[in-house]
Design a protein around this ligand. Structure first.
Ligand code: BGC
Length: 745
C-alpha cells in the first residue's frame, strides 16, 4: 500500500478520526493554535550574528550545536507547540518529546522537522546534480538513506523535495531542484517522496516529505530570490504545477507555500493555490506549512495591514502551520476568541496536522530512535558507498576532445590546479549544514588514491574562487609546464547557490577563467572539472580546453567519484537537466520554449541577438560518454492514433564504441498546430539503458495521448487532433524524427 494520505475508508483511519475529534474537543484555543505552530530553538545571544557565522563557516555546525539554546520547554509543557524545526540528535529530541508526552496536559507528540535536502550526515550530490543521473531508482535510494539517517537523529519530517521548475540559472535555488523540465521533474518528485516516506510512514526509519515551494517560486523575475511572479494560468498549470501534482499523487504528507506572490497574491495567503488547486484539484489531504516567517511577510508585501490580518488570510486560504516565527502563536488566539475566525476552520486545520502525526505513528511510538541507533546509522559504510555511486552517476561529461579522457593511471606527472581542487567544505553544496566537511574526499585526494604510485602530482591553488586574493599563476604555470596533463578544478563556492544566492553573472567567478587561460597557454592539455550549483556560461572554456567534466557539488564522496570518471573506472552517463547558456544575457533560455513566428535564422528580422549566438552553449539533455551510441530504426506503432488511445514508439540503440556504457534515451514530442502556441518540443519519456560494446537494444515507449494535451484559453485541458512530431535521441537537439496524427474518433 502506498503511503498515501488520501484518506481511505479503513478501520484504522476511522479510529484515528475518532481519537482526533476527542482530542480537539478537549483542546483550548491556545492548544489548538499550538498544533499549528512550529518554532526553532532560539540561541541565547545575537541570533542573526551566530547564524551568519554558521552560514559563512566561521563557526562549525558542531560548535553551533554545542551552544546553549532555548528549546522552548515551557511552551512544550503548556501544550502550545506542535512542531519544532532545527532540533537534531536522538537525545535532545527524545528529551523534548518526553516533556510533550508526559508533562503537557494532552500528551500530543511533537513533530520535529529539518531541511534534509541531499542527505543528513552522508551528504549526497545536490538535487540538481542527482537529477542529471536521470536514474530514478538511485534518486529514490538516496532519499531513503537520508530518511534513515535523519530519523535516527530524531527527525520526523524533511522540508524536501523542492520541486520548483526553474528556467533561470541566476536563481540560486536551481541547485535544490530537478532542473527545467516538467516531465522529468515530476518523475523525480514522485521518486523523492517515495524515497523519504516509503510504503508505510509509521516505519521508524521513514520521514514525512514536503513538496515545496508552492508555487512558481522558480520563476522569480530576474532570477532574484523572493521576487514577484506573474504568469498565465496556462503556463502555471502546464509547466510549474505538474511536479507538485506528482508529489501529491505519490502521497506526499505536506506542502510548503512559497515566499513569492503569484499574480499579485502572496502564495502564503493564496486561496486559489492552497484550496482550489491543492485541495480540490489535487485532492491533497495532508497539511501545508508556511515558509519561514512568510505569514508576517505578507505585511511587507503590502497584502495585509498587520500580522493579525495576515494570519487570518493565511488560515482561511488553507495554510495550516506557521513556520518558525510564532506569528500564529501570537496573533491567532485572540481572533478566534473574538469570532474573527470561525473555530471550525481552526479545528479542520488542527485535524489535518494531527492526522499526519497519527499516520506517522507518533502517538503510538513518540520516541522513534535512541543514541545507539543514531550512532550506528549515520555514515554507515553502505550509505557512503551509495554516495560514491550516486556522485558518479551525477557527473556530466561536456567535452572530450580527441578522447583525452579517461586519463591513464600511469602518467608521469599531473598538475592538479585550482581553488576547489583540495577543498572539502565547498564540495558539500547548499543545505548541507548537518554534513561534516571532514568527511569529504577532495578531488586531489581522490586522484591520489587512483593513480599509479609512481605518478607525481603537483598541486597548486592558483587563485581563490572569488576576488583577487591568493593569485599565484606563475607557480601554477610552472607546474603545468612540467606535467603531462593539467586537471583544473574551478567553479563556485557552496554558498553561491541555494537560498538568497542569486547571481547576475554566470561566468566563472573571480580570476578562475584567467587561470584557465594561463594554464591553456602552456600548450598542455587542460581538463576542467567544474564544481558548481547552477548552469554556468563558459564559452571560452568550451571552445579552448581539452575536456570539461561537470561535477557539480557531489557531497562527501566528491573526490572519489570525480577520480573514478577522470581515470575511467566509471563511464560517465549524466545528462544536463538545465540548459547551459552561452551568456547570461540569453537567460531565460530553455529547450521547450513556445514557438516564435520568427525563429532565429540568417535573416535579420528573426528572434536572436546581434551580439552573440541565439543557441545555448549546451542543450538540455546533453552529456557525453566514453563510448558512442547509434540511434536507428525509429518505429511509430501507427500513423493515426485516437485521442483515447496510446502510441508505441521504439528505436534501436547500439553501443558502437569499445566500452560498456549507459545511455539515457530521450523522447520528445511536438504538437505541430494547436489553438494555443505550443512548445517547440517537450520531453514525454526517457529510458536509461546499459549496453555492452556492440550490443543493440530496442527501447520502447508507450505514450498515452491524453498526456499530450494543454490548457485552452478557457483553462480547459484539451487534446486537439492533428500532427505530432516525434524526436528521439541522446539530447534535446539531436536524434531521429518521425510523426503521427491524433484523430478525433
Ligand atoms: C526556505 C525553505 C526552508 C525553510 C526552513 C526557508 O528560508 O525557503 O526552503 O525549508 O527556510 O529552513
Amino acid at each position: 500500500m502506498a503511503a498515501e494520505l488520501n484518506i481511505k475508508e479503513n478501520v484504522i483511519e476511522k479510529a484515528y478520526e475518532h481519537k482526533i475529534n476527542e482530542l480537539i474537543n478537549k483542546m483550548t484555543i491556545e492548544e489548538k493554535v499550538g498544533q499549528l505552530t512550529q518554532i526553532v530553538p532560539s540561541l541565547y545571544g545575537a541570533f542573526e550574528e551566530i547564524i551568519t557565522k554558521l552560514v559563512e563557516g566561521e563557526i562549525s555546525y558542531q560548535e553551533f550545536q554545542a551552544m546553549e539554546k532555548n528549546y522552548h520547554k515551557d511552551d512544550i509543557r503548556e501544550g502550545i507547540l506542535g512542531s519544532m524545526g532545527g532540533v537534531t540528535g536522538a537525545e535532545i529530541s527524545n528529551e523534548l518529546q518526553k516533556i510533550a508526552i508526559e508533562e503537557s496536559r494532552l500528551g500530543i507528540p511533537i513533530l520535529f522537522g529539518l531541511d534534509v535536502i541531499h542527505g543528513y550526515k552522508t551528504i549526497f550530490p545536490i538535487p540538481l546534480a542527482e537529477a542529471c543521473s536521470w536514474d530514478i531508482e538511485w534518486i529514490e535510494k538516496t532519499a531513503e538513506i537520508a530518511a534513515k539517517e535523519a530519523s535516527a537523529a530524531g527527525i520526523h519530517w524533511t522540508y524536501a523535495p523542492m520541486v520548483d521548475i526553474s528556467r533561470d540559472p541566476r536563481w540560486g535555488r536551481v541547485a535544490e531542484g530537478a532542473g527545467e523540465d516538467t516531465y522529468l521533474a515530476s518523475v523525480i518528485a514522485a521518486a523523492r517522496v517515495k524515497g523519504f516516506q516509503g510504503e508505510n510512514l509509521s516505519e521508524p526509519d521513514r520521514i514525512l516529505a514536503c513538496a515545496k515551494h508552492f508555487a512558481a517560486y522558480g520563476a522569480a523575475v530576474g532570477g532574484r530570490d523572493y521576487n514577484t511572479v506573474d504568469m498565465s494560468l496556462q503556463t502555471l498549470h502546464e509547466v510549474y504545477l505538474p511536479p507538485f501534482e506528482a508529489a501529491a499523487k505519490a502521497g506526499v504528507a505536506t506542502f510548503m507555500s512559497a515566499f513569492n506572490d503569484l499574480n499579485g497574491i502572496p502564495c502564503t495567503v493564496n486561496n486559489y493555490l492552497l484550496t482550489d488547486v491543492l485541495r480540490e484539484q489535487f485532492g491533497f489531504k495532508g497539511f501545508v506549512v508556511s515558509d519561514a516567517n512568510s505569514i508576517a511577510e505578507c505585511v511587507v508585501h503590502g497584502n495585509s495591514v498587520d500580522r493579525i490580518e495576515a494570519c487570518k488570510k493565511a488560515l482561511l486560504a488553507g495554510l495550516e502551520m506557521d513556520m518558525s516565527h510564532g506569528t500564529y502563536q501570537q496573533d491567532l488566539p485572540e481572533q478566534i476568541k473574538n469570532g474573527g475566525i470561525p473555530e471550525e476552520v481552526v479545528d479542520e486545520a488542527v485535524r489535518r496536522v494531527l492526522r499526519v502525526k497519527f499516520h506517522l505513528g507518533l502517538f503510538d511510538h513518540p520516541y522513534r530512535t535512541n543514541k545507539e541507533m543514531e550512532d550506528k546509522t549515520l555514515l554507515a559504510p553502505e550509505h557512503v558507498e551509495v554516495a560514491r555511486e550516486m556522485a558518479q552517476r551525477s557527473i556530466v561529461l561536456l567535452k572530450n576532445e580527441d578522447n583525452i579522457l579517461p586519463l591513464k593511471k600511469n602518467l608521469k606527472k599531473i598538475a592538479v590546479i585550482g581553488p576547489l581542487a583540495d577543498n572539502k567544505k565547498e564540495m558539500l553544496g547548499t543545505w548541507a549544514v548537518t554534513g561534516d566537511p571532514e568527511e569529504v574526499v577532495t578531488v586531489l585526494s581522490g586522484i591520489k588514491s587512483v593513480v599509479n604510485e609512481y605518478t607525481e602530482i603537483a598541486y597548486l591553488k592558483g587563485c581563490e574562487v572569488t576576488g583577487d586574493d591568493g593569485m599565484d599563476f606563475n607557480m601554477a604555470i610552472q607546474a603545468a609546464n612540467e606535467s603531462d596533463v593539467i586537471i583544473a578544478v574551478v567553479g563556485e563556492n557552496a554558498d553561491m547557490s541555494g537560498e538568497a544566492s542569486s547571481r547576475m553573472d554566470l561566468n566563472l567567478p573571480g580570476r578562475q577563467e584567467e587561470l584557465l587561460k594561463a594554464l591553456h597557454s602552456t600548450g598542455k592539455p587542460v581538463v576542467v572539472v567544474l564544481i558548481n550549483g547552477r548552469p554556468l556560461s563558459i564559452p571560452w572554456a568550451a571552445e579552448n580546453v581539452s575536456a570539461i567534466v561537470e561535477a557539480w557539488q557531489l557531497g562527501i564522496q566528491s573526490g572519489n567519484a570525480i577520480a573514478d570518471i577522470l581515470f575511467g573506472d566509471y563511464n560517465p552517463s549524466g545528462k544536463l537537466v538545465a540548459t547551459f547558456p552561452y551568456s547570461v544575457g540569453q537567460v531565460p533560455i530553455y529547450y521547450n520554449h513556445p514557438k516564435t513566428g520568427r525563429p532565429a535564422s540568417k535573416i535579420k528580422f528573426t528572434s536572436k541577438y546581434i551580439d552573440g549566438p541565439s543557441e545555448p552553449l549546451y542543450p538540455f539533455g546533453f552529456g557525453l560518454s566514453y563510448t558512442t551510441f547509434e540511434y536507428k530504426n525509429l518505429v511509430i506503432g501507427s500513423s493515426e492514433v485516437s485521442k483515447e488511445s496510446k502510441v508505441t514508439i521504439s528505436v534501436d540503440v547500439k553501443n558502437t564504441g569499445d566500452r560498456s556504457g549507459e545511455e539515457t534515451v530521450q523522447l520528445y514530442l511536438s504538437d505541430v498546430v494547436a489553438s494555443r502556441v505550443r512548445p517547440v518540443k517537450e520531453l514525454k519519456g526517457f529510458k536509461k539503458v546499459g549496453l555492452k560494446p556492440g550490443e543493440t537494444n530496442t527501447i520502447c515507449f508507450e505514450i498515452e495521448i491524453r498526456n499530450l494535451g494543454f490548457y485552452n484559453e478557457a483553462m480547459e485541458y484539451i487534446i486537439e487532433p492533428g500532427l505530432f512530431k516525434v524526436y528521439i535521441g541522446p539530447n534535446s537537439k539531436e536524434g531521429l524524427e518521425g510523426e503521427f496524427i491524433v484523430v478525433d474518433y
